[in-house]
Design a protein around this ligand. Structure first.
Ligand SMILES: NC(=O)c1ccc[n+]([C@@H]2O[C@H](COP(=O)([O-])OP(=O)(O)OC[C@H]3O[C@@H](n4cnc5c(N)ncnc54)[C@H](OP(=O)(O)O)[C@@H]3O)[C@@H](O)[C@H]2O)c1
Length: 299
C-alpha cells in the first residue's frame, strides 16, 4: 500500500485551483463539507494561472488556507500531442508551483492525476505502486507532475482518477446524449476498458482525504469496469428511461483501429482501489449507479 499515512486535525480553510468551467472544480464547490470554507484560487474574480508562480504565491499568502486542492489541469489528451509545451506548463510546472506554494505556508496539498500514467494494461487492475509507463504526452506530463508535486511537497496526496464525467462541463456522457438525439447510429470503441467516474464521487473522496490530511498515492474511480461501448449503451438505456433520449439509436461496437486518435490510449486501465478504500475508509458506488444519479440531474 502506498498511501503513506492519514492524520486528524481537519483543515477548514481550503483553496481550490481551477475554474468554474472545470468538472471537478464545480463538484468540489458544491460538495463543500459543513464547517469548511472553500475559496477559489482567484484574483479579482479571475482564476489564477497555476503556472504563474508570483500570483500563486501572493494569492496563497493572502488567503492563508490550511489546505490546497489542485483541480486545474490541461486535460486535452489528443491536443497535448501537438501542444506538448502547453500541456507541460500546466500539468508539470503549474502543479509544482502550487505544491511549492502550499508547502511554503504549511498547507495540506492534494493533486489529481490519471490512469494515463500507466501503460496499455494487461487485464489486471493497476495498484497504486504499479509501474508507470505513459503512452502519450498527456500521461507523461501528468506523471512528471506527480513527481514534481512529491518533490515540492513530500506529504501531498496524489489522487489518480479516470474517465471523469459530470452534469457540468464537457465529457463523454454529454457528448453521447447529444449524438443520440441527433443520429440513428453511433460507433463507440469496445476494446478499451476502464472505470467511469462521476466527478461528484471524486470530489467527495477528495474531501475525505482532506479531512484526514491523507498523504501518499490514492486511486479513485467508480466501482466496476466497462468499455466505452458498455458505457455508451448504459447512457442510452438510462437516458431513455429518464426521457433524456427520446428515440431509438443503434450503438455499434468499434475497434480502436477503426477509430484512430492522435494519442494512443490504454486497452485496460482499471485501477485497483483496495489500498485507497482501506486508507480513507470509504467505498465508491458502482459506476452505473453514479451514472444514473448524474443523469437525474439533467432531467
Ligand atoms: N476528465 C477526465 O476524464 C480525467 C481523467 C483522468 C484524470 N483527470 C484529472 O482530473 C482532474 C480534473 O479534471 P476535470 O475533468 O475537472 O478537467 P476539466 O473539466 O477539463 O477542467 C480543467 C480545469 O483546469 C483549469 N485550468 C486549465 N489550465 C489552467 C491554468 N493554467 N491555471 C489554472 N487553471 C487551469 C480549467 O480552467 P479554464 O477552463 O478556465 O481554463 C478548468 O477549470 C485533472 O487533474 C485531470 O488531469 C481527468
Amino acid at each position: 500500500m502506498s498511501a503513506d499515512s492519514v492524520e486528524s486535525s481537519a483543515p477548514t480553510r481550503i483553496v481550490i485551483a481551477g475554474s468554474e468551467r472545470g468538472q471537478l472544480f464545480h463538484e468540489l464547490m458544491r460538495t463543500v463539507p459543513q464547517g469548511v470554507e472553500a475559496m477559489p484560487l482567484s484574483d479579482v474574480g479571475e482564476r489564477v494561472d497555476i503556472a504563474d508562480k508570483t500570483s500563486v504565491n501572493r494569492v496563497l499568502q493572502e488567503l492563508e488556507p490550511d489546505a490546497v486542492i489542485n483541480a486545474a489541469a490541461w486535460t486535452g489528451v489528443d491536443a497535448a500531442e501537438s501542444e506538448p509545451e502547453a500541456a507541460r506548463r500546466v500539468n508539470v510546472e503549474g502543479a509544482a508551483q502550487l505544491a511549492a506554494g502550499a508547502e511554503a505556508i504549511g498547507a495540506w496539498f492534494a493533486h489529481v492525476s490519471t490512469d494515463f500514467v500507466f501503460g496499455p494494461g494487461n487485464g489486471s487492475p493497476f495498484a497504486t505502486d504499479a509501474a508507470t509507463a505513459p503512452m502519450g504526452i498527456y500521461g507523461r506530463t501528468k506523471l512528471d507532475g506527480e513527481i514534481a508535486v512529491r518533490d515540492a511537497c513530500p506529504q501531498a496526496a496524489i489522487v489518480r482518477t479516470a474517465w471523469v464525467y459530470s452534469s457540468h462541463g464537457n465529457n463523454f456522457v454529454k457528448t453521447m446524449l447529444r449524438l443520440m438525439n441527433e443520429r440513428d447510429e453511433i460507433g463507440v470503441i469496445a476494446d478499451q476498458i476502464g472505470s467511469p467516474t462521476w466527478a461528484n464521487s471524486l470530489a467527495r473522496a477528495l474531501w475525505t482525504a482532506c479531512s484526514q490530511r491523507a498523504s501518499g498515492v490514492f486511486h479513485w474511480t467508480g466501482a466496476g469496469a466497462a468499455s466505452w461501448y458498455d458505457f455508451a449503451v448504459a447512457v442510452l438505456e438510462e437516458g431513455q428511461s429518464l426521457g433524456l433520449v427520446s428515440r431509438d439509436v443503434v450503438v455499434k461496437p468499434l475497434s480502436t483501429a477503426e477509430y484512430p486518435t492522435p494519442a494512443a490510449r490504454p486497452n485496460y486501465s482499471v485501477m485497483d482501489l483496495v489500498s485507497t478504500r482501506a486508507a480513507l475508509n470509504i467505498d465508491p458506488s458502482h459506476w452505473r449507479a453514479d451514472l444514473r444519479a448524474m443523469l437525474g440531474e439533467l432531467v
